[in-house]
Design a protein around this ligand. Structure first.
Ligand SMILES: [Mg+2]
Length: 382
């Protein structure tokens, strides 16, 4: 079997953009992948054009060889754009190989270790009574892990204001929801070390079970500094683009939950290595999964096959029903969220079915995440 074609399809899904990839072969078997570099799809499509020249004629069953061939094909190796392109390719190759062998992708990763995949859900309401109500409804619907909201606005982010408003309602949420539920929050890289330390220190011990990405990730030493000022477990890594980016976080025991994203880290080939390495450090895998349904399918197959799984992120819970993260007209068959779990079929490959005509005609615009400023007009993170 030989690879004969590589087709990239960007699409607008709600307020987000997604990038899907189809790899074709001379055996008539094709595979689907997805890239996770949201809002930078054209950059990834350019990388895919470069990689197509290498891929044509290769045997798609040699997934590990192809990963190495692509990664080592450039003198200027690595980076998030190239890793996002490689991720989509690697996922599509697993889809092809599963179909060729007649097995689900999780069988290519060592076989399933569970029957269904637990998820965590997120509240969408701002910190307040409605947020607590959403969390209670999620618990009633079967979730035992809830990521609560931070305070934010559409174009401004002022850290100290956001911390004060958020802390107050996190304390009330823990009181209202009890000790049995796992509670966390995602600061989306928006704080400095001092701000993150103040946030943690305003919370009574036991308020939060995980703190997701309070800081940007360029400097692992900054997280080590924060670690000396709080005992809350850290959930880090959704934007990491290789095992080498995880190296300091795993080896220095900086993070307790690993947020790898199979559509950004280098695909399933890279993700399964990082999962094993994390297992040796008793770090739990908590995959990032706010993208499209092919990413969800790849993530769920991965989650089926790793022993050290905490929860997969879902953005399809009732608390986010007002947000569109999946367009079923584009990908009619994908893993189903049943109660608080993803359930996957035993169909060969990823088990997804894509409406390629709908995808080829899907709307797509060059977009950007919110461009935030602080009250003084200076630039801050989204
Ligand atoms: Mg996050």
């Amino acid at each position: 079997m030989k690879i004969t074609g590589v087709k990239a399809y960007p699409a607008q899904v709600g307020g987000r953009s997604q990038l899907f990839l189809k790899i074709e072969t001379d055996a008539g078997i094709f595979g689907w992948g997805e890239s996770g570099l949201t809002f930078r799809e054209r950059a990834v499509m350019g990388a895919l054009e470069h990689y197509e020249t290498i891929l044509i004629g290769l045997d798609p069953m040699q997934i590990g060889f192809i990963w190495q061939r692509l990664y080592r094909s450039q003198y200027f190796e690595g980076g998030r754009v190239l890793a996002a392109a490689m991720s989509a390719i690697d996922i599509a190759l697993h889809d092809i190989k599963g179909k060729a062998l007649g097995v689900p992708v999780y069988d290519l990763l060592g076989g399933k270790q569970r029957d269904r995949v637990p998820t965590f859900a997120s509240t969408s309401a701002a910190p307040g009574e409605e947020m607590i109500g959403q969390a209670r409804a999620l618990i009633d619907a079967g979730w035992n892990t809830v990521r609560l909201s931070r305070f934010k606005s559409a174009d401004r982010f002022e850290p100290r204001e956001a911390i004060a408003k958020t802390c107050k309602w996190l304390v009330k949420a823990r009181e209202a929801l009890g000790d049995a539920v796992v509670l966390g929050i995602d600061w989306h890289h928006q704080l400095s070390v001092a701000e993150a330390a103040s946030f943690c220190q305003k919370l009574p011990a036991g308020t939060l079970d995980f703190l997701e990405e309070p800081l940007r990730d360029e400097t692992p030493e900054a997280y080590e500094a924060l670690r000396r000022m709080t005992g809350i477990p850290f959930a880090i890594g959704e934007e990491f683009a290789s095992k080498w980016q995880f190296l300091p976080y795993v080896e220095r025991d900086i993070h307790q939950f690993n947020r790898l994203d199979v559509c950004n880290v280098g695909g399933l080939t890279e993700a399964i290595k990082i999962a094993g390495w994390s297992e040796a450090h008793y770090v739990d895998i908590m995959p990032h999964n706010p993208l499209g349904p092919i990413c969800t399918a790849a993530t769920v197959h991965f989650a089926m096959a790793v022993p050290n799984l905490a929860w997969v992120e879902t953005r399809e819970a009732p608390s986010e029903a007002n947000r569109v993260f999946r367009d079923r007209t584009l990908v009619p068959v994908a893993p189903e969220l049943i109660d608080a779990h993803y359930v996957i079929s035993e169909a060969p490959g990823l088990g997804v079915e894509v409406d390629e005509d709908a995808l080829a005609n899907a709307d797509y615009q060059l977009g950007s995440p919110p461009l935030l400023t602080r009250n003084d007009g200076s630039v801050t993170n989204w």
